[in-house]
Ligand binder design. Structure first.
Ligand code: PEP
Ligand code: MN
Length: 453
């Protein structure tokens, strides 16, 4: 029997993991208690990994397939997870929604769908302002449950480093259930298909009946051919979040003993957001040092030359699957703004995975005062994303959606025809508005049609 080798990291690699500390870091909490922060960071540094380096490598190879048009990515989940919402029912319903969407997309794409949750770590939020004022009272902004509490009181809004440890524990519990749901028979394609039949049985969704019937026929065909449905009882499911609070990501970065290379083991895939993607800033430096597949959000303000420099920094080896650009252009802008970006990147020879986030460029405040998005704008941005990539001969690799498995009323429209007056009924998000269960499925049917076109 061969002895397992334990390859250690080189001193340069180890030093590099802390290089971000010397760089400007946007959106970091000001922790008032340095000793409490040190204690929380040391606790995290001693906890076991939430994911394994080998799983991150598998996801990287799957994302490489998506970059080349051999797979399609479905990334979805809450804008901001909360400790209170990490319940069995909520987690189950989110997984169920993603599995239902994935089944429809798999049929539409005739390709494997890579399932990635915005889950088990999405506990920190970038904010446009450091403060929030209500009725003349100004307090620090809510930065996600990993940092402070949403309640509008001075005590609640003080950044508390113990929350970093709570975020780890909530993520561990969530991931444990995710792994059980996706491997324990719940994900059986036959159940998922039955749930989807329930969706089209609702008269509001008859428009999707034909596609559902086609899937039904395909399932019967598979059964008649003797397909091993038992092998389809489990699915691969990956966890992702925005790598925002570096005092959480850094202690959860570990050296892979197989290779001596560092991985952020807080999630399989992490991304850098629109507000923290400064080329010379802490976040880009940090993710440049880890070996996970990584993403960067890209808005119309991203200059193509900046993106080329970003590619040099984050993917110097030009490794397909390493780097994903998550474009969030806005429905009204995608058709003008995306082509020059995609053209310049592909002309450089770099292979990135292009994913469409049709949520973050489409927010607005409704007349009744809720932060919302229109379902039709979400659909239209995905449509524009497909049009642009098809015109350029590049690959539309996936979608990135803020969604929940619950029947919330946060986004307008969809076959349930949610209107402004409905928003107050079940507006539950603490940050951005999410598609509800119905709207998510409807989007999946529409994207499946786009994939078939
Ligand atoms: C998000 O994904 O919740 C987010 C804040 O997005 P962006 O960085 O694109 O604004
Ligand atoms: Mn969001």
């Amino acid at each position: 029997m061969s002895t397992p080798v334990n390859i250690e990291a080189s001193p340069d690699v180890l030093a590099g993991l802390d290089a971000w500390r010397e760089l400007p870091a946007a959106q970091q909490p000001t922790w008032p208690d340095a000793a409490a922060l040190a204690a929380a960071v040391s606790t995290l540094a001693n906890y076991p990994p939430l994911v394994f380096a080998g799983e991150c490598d598998v996801l990287k190879s799957r994302l490489a397939d998506a970059a080349l048009g051999k797979a399609f990515v479905l990334q979805g989940g809450d804008c901001a997870e909360t400790f209170a919402s990490a319940t069995a029912d909520n987690i189950r319903d989110r997984i169920k929604t993603i599995l239902q969407m994935a089944a429809v997309l798999t049929y539409g794409a005739s390709m494997p769908v890579i399932k990635v949750g915005r889950i088990a770590g999405q506990y920190a939020k970038p904010r446009s302002s450091n403060d929030e004022t209500r009725d003349g009272v100004t307090l620090p902004a809510y930065r996600g449950d990993m940092v402070n509490d949403f309640a509008f009181t001075p005590e609640s809004r003080i950044p508390d480093p113990n929350r970093l440890v709570r975020a780890y524990n909530a993520s561990a519990a969530t991931l444990n259930l995710v792994r059980a749901f996706t491997t324990g028979g719940f994900a059986d394609l036959r159940h998922v298909h039955d749930w989807n039949r329930g969706f089209v049985a609702n008269s509001a969704n008859v428009r999707y009946e034909r596609l559902a019937m086609d899937i039904d026929k395909a399932m019967k065909f598979m059964a008649a051919c003797g397909a091993d449905f038992d092998a389809l009882r489990s699915v691969e499911f990956f966890a992702s979040h925005e790598a925002l609070v570096l005092d959480y990501e850094r202690p959860l970065t570990r050296i892979d003993s197989r290779t001596g290379l560092p991985y952020d083991v807080a999630g399989h895939f992490v991304w850098v957001g629109e507000r923290t993607r400064d080329l010379d800033g802490a976040h880009i430096d940090f993710v440049s040092r880890i070996r996970n597949p990584i993403g960067v959000k890209v808005s119309p303000s991203a200059d193509p030359d900046y993106l080329l420099r970003l590619i040099d920094k984050l993917d110097p080896a030009r490794e397909p699957g390493r780097l994903t650009f998550i474009t969030r252009m806005g429905a009204g802008t995608v058709r003008e703004a995306l082509p020059s970006i995609v053209e310049k990147v592909s002309a450089s020879g770099a292979v990135v995975t292009w994913i469409c986030d049709p949520m973050h460029g489409n927010g607005f405040e409704s007349p009744s005062g809720y932060k919302t998005r229109r379902f039709d704008d979400v659909v239209d941005e995905v449509r524009g994303f497909f049009e642009v990539h098809r015109a350029l001969g590049t690959v539309p690799g996936g979608i990135h959606i803020e969604l929940t498995g619950n029947d919330v009323t946060e986004c307008l429209g969809g076959s349930g025809e949610i209107v402004d007056a409905d928003l107050e009924k079940r507006y539950e998000t603490l940050c951005d508005p999410r598609l509800n269960h119905q709207q998510s499925l409807e989007l999946a049917f529409l994207v499946a049609e786009m994939l078939q076109a």
